[in-house]
Design a protein around this ligand. Structure first.
Ligand code: SAM
Length: 219
């Protein structure tokens, strides 16, 4: 590996990766995520309706208590934020601007998928429009499961756009249905998770950004 490059581990020793085609977790830009995310982006990555759909889902799932927002930025999209929201992401300026977060941590999940948190220490975990950037999703899902309390929910939401050079190839080369299947597969291969569900949370006739969500409960 050259200087500043991050790992693209479809060659992981973990046998749970064996079902994915070669190159599935490669990215067009395999350089360190530190470089790509070094400049703050005070933008939103989905439109207002899709953001509202994320907030409504979080309300419905009753995300309260201590919640972790992984792959977070300056916004976390809660309508009614939990008492204690920990934001984990790549850009300190963005994370420090997150008004809903009560604390934040800069951590590169592609360099080190281990989460710097205790076992059973969160009531819920959310990941918004970001699961497609994980090159070691199985280890990250394992870690999220470890950090969740039994009965806690882990919810992923995503749309149909991304930073194309940073998304894994397996994501870029499929459609909405494929994206739901990929995330569902991550839950199937980790856990155990209960009641894994996938839904389109925006209107099927929207001309705006669609919002898909897949979530499961720690058994
Ligand atoms: C499209 S943005 C989404 C931000 C936020 N979740 C939202 O809903 O607006 C992708 C986010 O993933 C985070 N991210 C990308 N690669 C990451 C990595 N290797 N480890 C941790 N976070 C990462 C970035 O910091 C960035 O904030």
């Amino acid at each position: 590996m050259g200087n500043g490059e991050s790992t693209n581990l479809d060659s992981s020793d973990d046998p749970r990766y064996a079902g994915f085609p070669a190159g599935f977790f490669d990215r067009a830009d395999s350089s360190s995520d530190q470089n790509f995310y070094s400049e703050p982006r005070m933008v939103t990555h989905i439109d207002k309706e899709a953001i509202a759909a994320v907030g409504e889902l979080y309300q419905e799932l009753q995300l309260r208590g201590r919640v972790l927002d992984v792959m977070s930025s300056w916004v976390s999209h809660f309508i009614d934020p939990p008492n204690d929201l920990v934001a984990l992401g790549m850009n300190s300026t963005e994370l420090a601007e997150n008004r809903q977060a009560t604390s934040w941590v800069k951590h590169d999940l592609n360099m080190d998928p281990r989460l710097p948190f205790e076992d059973d220490s969160f009531d819920g975990v959310v990941c918004c429009v970001s699961v497609d950037y994980l090159v070691r999703p199985i280890e990250v899902f394992d870690e999220i499961h470890r950090c969740l309390k039994v009965g806690g929910v882990f919810v992923n939401s995503f749309s149909n756009r991304c930073f194309p050079t940073k998304a894994i190839r397996g994501w870029s080369q499929t459609d909405d249905r494929g994206h739901v299947s990929i995330v569902g597969e991550y839950y199937r291969l980790t856990g155990p998770w209960d009641n894994v569900r996938a839904e389109l949370r925006t209107s099927p006739s929207t001309s705006g950004d669609p919002l898909f969500a897949v979530w499961g409960i720690k058994k």
